[in-house]
Write a protein that binds this ligand. Structure first.
Ligand code: NAD
Length: 485
């Protein structure tokens, strides 16, 4: 393997190779990444095969004993330095991610990149604050020790690649695992900058590695590598199943944060203006958000009043270039993804579902904010994640009917409920099958809370101590009472 060159993207030098054992390596093959803004190729990125993956996992395995031996207090300064460097490089990271994924530059600058820094800072503190549990029973002292699990494989999707990768890499490193990250092939570049910053933070060689490449090649080789001790995946349920099978073959624990088809439920006692504005906000990031409430469930008496406000709010969206401040809906990630989204809409209409608004491709990779009113609750457009600016509208009669509809898909990632009643918020929140329910708000999260899905939306929990537990082996030390000083 030769040393790769960097390329310039949005005015930023971005490495295009793999980051293995503290060095940048090009490998023999490459793939092209395009910018969704103008569909121009912006980088030729190294494409890992088994050989590069094996080198990266080997580097992670070699670095593991020393990194684990540092303990949480010894590792924390590295994570804090990386957090500071992310904060100091918000502009560069935002520019690269905007060019590569077309997320709104405004939100990248204001909050998304900073969340990545917060992930490293928070996990440095959480790992240090963890207290081993001691108790006495049956003539012995019991102590639960948390020991780092080993090299971890982290595989992430193309939407919000920087934030979602740091969400996994930070707890893994804080817990004492070394990491091999494979970002998604449609938006690989911001994670290359993350590796650059990790090196600048003085992270020892091999502690954090990045292999670039295609899911079926690099991803598959990584999750089935025999030296990998944890697999953490975010992506689609289809890939989640394949990765689960690979992890199971090696008897390696895995977590999977998968797709969603969340309900946004509006009761007639809710603040309708707030609910309608939030419903229109589900088109933000062009609907490429796993947690989005894409099924609008509206109590039947307020359908007209809700729709009037909803349409007014959607009319205020501005579709266009994600670098412009005024833009609220940016282009979709890739031409293939536009085809996928358009296919869902075409099939829904051919199947007799009613188009309420939108439904068309626009210039470039833009797609109109679309609302479809299904004629059947089991229609594909209600049951499958579109991952684009497409919502459905269904009405319900009462609380029981709302819960029935909310729980009528195989997904269970998130839900949003608008109501003025605490009792109803508690009852409905409890009854909806999901990993997180927001009441009268959306996307506000405490990073120490558990995060994950049920049903086909995922397995396992990350966030706070839940993630630190996942990246650790929990061991019980049992000492005979009075036998040691
Ligand atoms: P995807 O499943 O196609 O790909 C995700 C990652 O898996 C990519 O890095 C890809 O290269 C890799 N991959 C693909 N095949 C693989 C294989 N056989 N072995 C190993 N790795 C493989 O998902 P996507 O299209 O990139 O992302 C969109 C999906 O992610 C949506 O379903 C979305 O809801 C979900 N998502 C979930 C969350 C969450 O927190 N639950 C967050 C963001 C996105």
């Amino acid at each position: 393997m030769s040393t790769s060159v960097a390329t310039r993207v949005a005015g930023v030098d971005v490495p295009t190779g793999h980051f293995i054992g503290g060095e940048w390596l090009a490998g023999d093959a490459s793939f092209e990444t395009i910018s969704p803004i103008d569909q121009e190729a912006i980088a030729e990125v190294a494409r890992a095969g088994e050989r590069e993956v094996d080198a990266a996992v080997g580097a992670a395995a070699e670095a593991f004993p020393d990194w684990a031996a540092l303990g949480p207090g010894g590792r924390a300064p590295y994570l804090r330095r990386l957090a500071d460097l992310i904060d100091a490089n918000v502009e560069r990271l935002a520019a690269v991610e905007c060019a590569d994924m077309a997320m709104l530059l405004r939100s990248l600058r204001a909050r998304v990149i900073a969340r990545g820094a917060l992930n490293f800072r928070n996990y440095a503190e959480l790992a240090v604050a963890y207290e081993e549990r001691d108790w006495r029973s049956r003539g012995t002292w019991n102590r639960v020790q948390r020991t780092p699990a080993g090299p971890a494989a982290v595989i992430t999707p193309w939407n919000a690649p920087f934030m979602l990768s740091t969400w996994k890499v930070a707890p893994a490193l804080a817990a004492g695992c070394t990491v091999v990250l494979k970002p998604a092939e449609w938006s690989p570049l911001s994670c290359a900058v993350l590796a650059q910053l990790a090196a600048e933070a003085g992270m020892p060689p091999g502690v954090f590695n990045v292999v670039q490449g295609i899911g079926e090649e690099a991803g598959a080789a990584l999750v089935s590598h025999p030296l990998i001790r944890r697999v953490s995946f975010t992506g689609s349920p289809e890939t989640g199943r394949l990765i689960g099978v690979a992890a199971a073959r090696n008897l390696v624990p895995f977590t999977a944060e998968l797709g969603g088809k969340g309900p946004l439920v509006v009761f007639d006692d809710a603040d309708l203006d707030a609910a309608a504005a939030k419903a229109a906000g589900q088109y933000d990031d062009a609907g490429q958000v796993c947690l989005a409430g894409t099924r609008l469930l509206i109590q039947d008496g307020i359908r007209g009043a809700f729709l009037e406000r909803f349409h007014a709010a959607v009319d205020r969206h501005v579709l266009g270039d994600p670098r412009e401040d005024a833009t609220t809906i940016s282009p979709l990630i890739h031409p293939d993804h536009v085809d996928r989204v358009a296919g869902f809409v075409e099939r829904a209409l051919a199947d007799g579902q009613r188009l309420v608004r939108g439904g068309h491709r626009l210039d470039g990779l833009l797609f109109e904010p679309t609302l479809i009113e299904p004629t059947r609750d089991d229609a594909e457009i209600v049951q499958r994640e579109v991952f684009g600016p497409v919502l459905t509208l269904q009405t319900f009669t009462d609380e029981a009917d709302a819960i029935r509809l909310a729980n009528s898909t195989a997904y269970g990632l998130s839900g949003i409920v608008y109501t003025g009643s605490l009792g109803r918020a508690d009852r409905v929140g409890r009854a909806i099958r999901a990993g997180v329910i927001w009441v009268n708000t959306f996307l506000v999260r405490d990073l120490t809370a558990p995060f994950g899905g049920v049903g086909i939306s995922g397995i396992g929990r990350e966030g706070g101590d839940y993630a630190l537990d996942f990246y650790s082996d929990l061991k019980t030390l049992q000492i005979l009472d009075g036998s040691v000083m």
